[in-house]
Structures are given as C-alpha cells and as structure tokens.
Design a protein around this ligand. Structure first.
Ligand code: SAH
Length: 252
C-alpha cells in the first residue's frame, strides 16, 4: 500500500493526525526533500528506509514503491503542503494504476493556508473577495495561456502565487496590466510556519523590491489583493445578531 501524504507547510506539528500515523507505521518513506521539513522523518520507526525524492526521477520513485510493494511493505510518499497543489501526484498514481498497486491520499495543510495563518489573514472577506485564485507564473512548467495572470487580475479576487519568487518584476507588470493598481496590498511569506518564517506586507508595485531587499529568492508565496490589508469590510452575516441562521434565531 502506498499512502500519498501531505506534510503540511513546514512546522512538524502541522501534519494531520492521520498523516503522522502513516509516517509512524511506514516501512519506506519517500519525501520531497526540497521542501518537506526533515523533522517530520523523526516520526518514523527505526527500521524505516528513507529516500529523498529531490534526487530521484519519477521512474526511480516508482521502482522504490514497486520493490516495497513486492516485499509486502507500506510506503509513504510525503509531499509538501497538500499533495493536490503542484504535487505531481497524478503522474505517479497513473503508473501505480498500470502496475495494479493500491494507493490512497491523505490531505495536508497547504502553504497558502500556512501563509494566511502567518498574516492572520482571511482571504474571503465580505465585500472584498469571496474567491481565492491559486496560480503561478510559468517556469519550466508552462501555464495554459487562458490562465494568464492578467486575466486573473481582472477579477480583483484574493490571489496566491506559488513557484514564482524569481519572477516578481514580471508578476507585478502582469498584475498591473490586468487591472490591479500599483498600490494594491500584497504580501510575501517566506517559509510559512518554519522557524525561519519571514513575512512582508508590500504592494503590487513593490513585490520585487521587497523580495530583493530581504534576500527572498525561493520558498515564498505572494498574496495579492485588498484582503491583505483591508481597511473596511462588511461583517459576516453568519455572526450578525440581526440575521437568522439554521442554528440561531435573530435577536434584533
Ligand atoms: N503542495 C504544496 C506546494 C508545492 S509547490 C502546498 O500545498 O503548499 C512549491 C511552492 O510552494 C514553493 O515554490 C512556494 O511557492 C510554495 N511553498 C511551499 N511551502 C511553503 C512555505 N512554507 N511558505 C511559503 N511558500 C511555500
């Protein structure tokens, strides 16, 4: 059995209870060494074999899984954050399907949630934004042209940009071209929930400068939109005394 497990954004106690149990029981762990906090490996048992996938190809990852499976062992494939976001899990699952190897998936706390907690931020403030756009600039992995930053910027929704710390001049240019003003609030969160976490509030126009001044070149998220620094927003209806919900009658 292969368990795909979300490691969470960094802090080792931000893995789920289920994910930790899988780590404790695993005979083999293949972890994404470029971003997963190695402290999580301390949950493993002494006899566990550990592989760092940062140094492996897809074929090598699969062959470790296949060998473990043939020996009746349990494998954890540990991905950073939640495996469903830029986790490259489908390509592994498809090969496992072909080989008839069983797997399941255990969610994790994505870094965009870890970054929000670092900033005490709510992406979905009433009257500011009720949507979160998760995207990236294209790198070696292309982004479909109909998902351009400019086209997303037109919505003025809360936006979280992954995998793009080295392209902030271009990110700002596209955000402004798409309709954000230069002074729209933005934030950069580096290594959210790790001990060396850093967070900076800036604006769409100062993203690149802020990163350069603080030597932030990777492992960061850019958060864009008024939710970062909303001066005025409407209270939620859910806790409004004059509003009746399924669980509570209006008192005024
Ligand atoms: N599956 C992961 C994302 C993997 S893509 C998740 O759900 O978070 C890798 C990118 O995620 C990094 O380039 C960076 O943009 C972001 N990232 C991962 N961990 C981070 C953290 N702790 N703080 C800030 N950004 C992080």
């Amino acid at each position: 059995m292969i368990h795909f497990v979300g490691a969470g954004p960094g802090a080792p106690d931000l893995i789920t209870v289920r994910g930790k149990k899988y780590l404790e029981e695993a005979d083999v762990i293949i972890y994404a060494g470029s971003l997963v906090n190695p402290q999580l490996l301390e949950y493993s048992k002494d006899v566990c074999t550990i592989h760092n996938s940062a140094k492996m190809t897809l074929e090598e990852v699969i062959s470790v899984m296949e060998r473990a499976e043939a020996e009746g062992k349990t494998t954890v494939r540990l991905h950073t954050g939640d495996p469903c976001i830029y986790g490259a899990i489908r390509e592994q699952m498809e090969i496992l399907d072909e080989k008839g190897i069983a797997y399941d998936s255990c969610p994790g706390v994505s870094s965009f949630c870890g970054a929000a907690s670092a900033l005490d931020l709510e992406y979905t403030l009433p009257d500011i934004s009720q949507s979160v756009i998760i995207t990236r600039m294209e790198g070696r992995t292309p982004v479909p042209s109909k998902e351009s930053i400019q086209s997303f910027a037109a919505h003025q929704a809360s936006m979280v940009v992954f995998l793009s710390t080295g392209m902030l001049e271009e990110l700002s240019r596209r955000l402004i071209e798409g309709g954000y003003t230069e002074d729209t609030p933005a934030a950069i969160v580096y290594k959210a929930t790790w001990p060396d976490e850093k967070k900076f509030i800036c604006t769409v126009g100062t993203l690149a400068k802020t990163a350069a001044e603080n030597n932030i070149t990777k492992t960061a998220l850019m958060i864009i939109g008024d939710a970062v620094k909303a001066a005025h927003y409407d209270r939620s209806k859910l806790y409004d005394p004059s509003f009746t919900t399924e669980f509570r009658k209006a008192t005024k």
